[in-house]
Write a protein that binds this ligand. Structure first.
Ligand SMILES: *Cc1c(COP(=O)(O)O)cnc(C)c1O
Length: 374
């Protein structure tokens, strides 16, 4: 496998715009099923590595996509009229307050490019989502990582960090947080936002909101112009392969984001699919219910195996395992893909996505046999 990190960039006359770009390490994604089949010859692969929805997506999505297949020669609607209308109704918000993204990663990038320059600081938590330091360093800005409190965001320390770094422009908070699954209480979050200067943007990443409706902080947008909420169709809606996300903000912020956004950043198929997926809330209710049951089942199994885990509010769990890298590898060789967390400084842990019953049983059976063999 070619290693991008081994290239001696410092010897090249082609230096990047900012030195901080040299600190970036290419994002480690969950191993694709196809790659495992290719490398180990395992055909019956279970992937519980990227918090995707093992239940797939709403059946209405297929229908909406089929309807678009005759129109692929035409550019998508650059304003995403129908999807934005549906999102405005769904979130009880004005269309002018919505920005669409090619997945929510695209929006995190657009936010950084719109608001963060090389002289600014960006604040995020230890064990926070890895894309936050990425987009910060891309701008040549200073990333301030605030130590976590019991694996979650320490809002008091983050507030102090904003005060200590007068050049703070933006704060990233994932709620629920990935990879730890922790969640912040609404009241605590509101107090935090109220204590932050209005010149600092607070970005709430709600990628897992459908799994934990009580972590919905939509109400903050009515009160604070410096709050942005970022959501995605990749997780509970089961459309990770299509790349659609959206941001809710004040109309002013949305106007700026829409200047930076590429005009056709969401494809014709993705726009139609997301609108169909949003309309099928019965599917989301079923997904939420199944996830709750299966997460509880996994908790019981981990207890029985004597493995510690962090109580999760999303569709994944962090499990503490002695020699996690070896167990990750052993699982891989038996066709079960989970996520090692060394890149997050959590080398003694694995993150497993909560799948459907069959996937979870396979994970536990395989894990049990690995752990009893050593
Ligand atoms: C998965 C994830 C995202 C990115 O999702 P997209 O597929 O780019 O929409 C963003 N934030 C968090 C916390 C995530 O876990």
């Amino acid at each position: 496998m070619p290693s991008t990190t081994s290239i001696k960039l410092d010897l090249s006359p082609l230096t990047p715009a900012y030195d901080s770009i040299l600190e970036l390490v290419p994002y480690q994604t969950g191993k694709p099923v196809e790659e495992l089949t290719r490398e180990y010859g395992v055909s019956d692969v279970v992937k519980l590595a990227s918090n995707e929805n093992s239940m797939g997506c709403s059946p209405y999505v297929t229908l909406a996509i089929t309807e678009q297949l005759g129109n692929l020669a035409r550019y998508p609607d650059g304003n995403g009229y129908y999807l934005k209308q549906a999102l405005a109704d769904f979130n009880n918000i004005a269309v002018e307050q919505i920005t669409l993204g090619n997945g929510s990663d695209d929006l995190l990038d657009i936010l950084a490019r719109t608001f963060v320059s090389a002289k600014d600081a960006v604040i995020y938590s230890q064990y926070g989502f890895i894309v936050y330091p990425m987009v910060t360093k891309m701008q040549g800005a200073t990333g301030v990582e605030v130590p976590a409190h019991r694996f979650g965001h320490d809002l008091h320390a983050m507030r102090q960090a904003v005060e200590d770094n007068r050049n703070t422009k933006l704060v990233f908070i994932a709620n629920p947080n990935n990879p730890t699954g922790t969640q912040l209480a609404h009241k605590e979050l509101r107090t935090f936002v109220a204590s932050i200067p209005s010149s600092v943007l607070v970005v709430l990443d709600e990628a897992y909101i459908e799994y934990s409706p009580d972590s919905n902080n939509r109400a903050l947008l009515d009160e604070f112009d410096n709050v942005v909420i970022v959501r995605t169709f990749s997780k509970a809606y089961g459309l990770a392969g299509l790349r659609v996300g959206y941001a809710l903000s004040s109309a002013n912020v949305a106007d700026l984001l829409n200047r930076i956004r590429q005009p056709f950043n969401v494809s014709r198929i993705a726009l139609a699919a997301a609108a169909a997926a949003l309309a099928d809330q019965a599917f989301i209710a079923e997904v939420r219910q199944t996830n709750q049951e299966q997460r509880r089942w996994l908790e019981k199994q981990f207890d029985a195996l004597g493995l510690a885990f962090i109580k999760s509010h999303a569709n994944f769990m962090m499990v503490e395992i002695e020699d996690a890298p070896a167990v990750y590898q052993a699982l891989l060789e038996q066709g079960v893909i989970v996520r090692p967390l060394a890149g997050y400084g959590l080398s003694g842990w694995l993150r497993v996505t909560v799948g459907v019953a069959e996937d979870n049983m396979r994970l536990i059976d395989t894990l049990r046999s690995i752990l009893s063999n050593d």
